[in-house]
Design a protein around this ligand. Structure first.
Ligand SMILES: Nc1nc2c(ncn2[C@@H]2O[C@H](COP(=O)(O)OP(=O)(O)OP(=O)(O)O)[C@@H](O)[C@H]2O)c(=O)[nH]1
Ligand SMILES: [Mg+2]
Length: 278
């Protein structure tokens, strides 16, 4: 909320209720890194008052101009429940948390009794030099996640590079890497839910970032297909293996269930021949 209070001020957005200024001053007074449950409960009502003020919502709608987590609105909408003393995080709450991957995490999932090793690496710039260590001859597929809703945002790392462009450039280096020519790539065009909200937001427009976009900027299908084509077009001729794609919403367990089943089939089919030989 401190970030939003600060953004409202810098963006010169007028309070809907002038009394919110008092609540804002109270929030600004907090200097610390964490709150215990009791302190949090005390702040919750103040934060709630601010979140209800249209000025803060307006600042949030302009968040492409500053850095704030996409899950902020989810947690602020759920504030009353979260501030309760008997609060226990739900699966959905946990899925909305942001914890950047620092390092390399490995876990095995058995698919039709065949153990598949999944390797999770961090996407932030500082994490990428760790990727090369994970790429050896045993890699059968690469799952690449793109935040499609970030077409109007800049990197937290340098505050100037467009996030979708950065993602596309990394995808380019992977897709066109000679070492991965025969490895299937599964592209997840993720954050579909946030993209759906964004195409309706009058504070932004994909054409401001991609003037070559000729579709309807308020149609999620048009925007999704444009981004898909943009990523598919980076592929150069030497690549022989397929690039599969899925439109995903990683915080929707039902969607991920369907996508995972499909990915499972892809991985199994593509590797069946090799597995039978073992
Ligand atoms: N609404 C919504 N939020 C998402 C979706 N996918 C991820 N998030 C949120 O985006 C934030 C970042 O997700 P992470 O899983 O940490 O992303 P990551 O790509 O692993 O990030 P690094 O570990 O830094 O590479 C979290 O707050 C997630 O809850 C999505 O499809 N929809
Ligand atoms: Mg991660």
């Amino acid at each position: 909320m401190q970030v939003l209070v600060d953004a409202r001020e810098k963006l010169d957005i007028q309070w809907e209720h002038p009394t919110s200024e008092l609540a804002a001053n109270q929030v600004k007074l907090f200097h610390g890194t964490g709150l215990d449950q009791e302190q949090f409960a005390q702040y919750a009502s103040t934060i709630h008052v601010l979140w209800q003020d249209r000025a803060i919502k307006k600042a949030y709608d302009r968040r492409r101009e500053f850095q704030i987590s996409d899950s902020v609105s989810y947690f602020l909408d759920e504030l009353e429940r979260i501030a309760r003393f008997d609060y226990v995080p739900s699966t959905k709450d946990i899925l909305h948390c942001r914890k950047a991957t620092k390092g390399v995490y490995e876990f095995t999932i058995r698919i039709q009794n065949i153990p598949f090793l999944f390797v999770d690496v961090g996407g932030q710039r500082t994490q990428r030099q760790k990727w090369t260590k994970c790429f050896d001859s045993s890699v059968t597929s690469i799952i690449f996640l793109v935040s499609t809703s970030e077409f109007d945002q800049v990197l937290a790392e340098d505050r100037k590079t467009n996030r979708l462009e950065e993602s596309k450039n990394i995808f380019d280096t992977i897709v066109n890497n000679v070492a991965f020519q025969k490895i299937s790539i599964i592209l997840f065009l993720n954050k579909t839910d946030l993209l759906a909200l964004k195409v309706r937001n009058p504070e932004t427009d994909i054409r401001w970032y991609y003037p070559q976009f000729t579709g309807n900027p308020h149609s999620i299908l048009d925007v999704q297909n444009f981004i898909l084509q943009m990523f598919m077009n980076v592929r150069r001729n030497q690549r022989s293996a397929a690039i599969y794609h899925h439109f995903t919403n990683a915080v929707d367990t039902q969607n991920i269930q369907v996508v995972f089943n499909s990915v499972k089939d892809t991985i199994l089919q593509r590797n069946l021949a090799a597995l039978m030989l073992q």
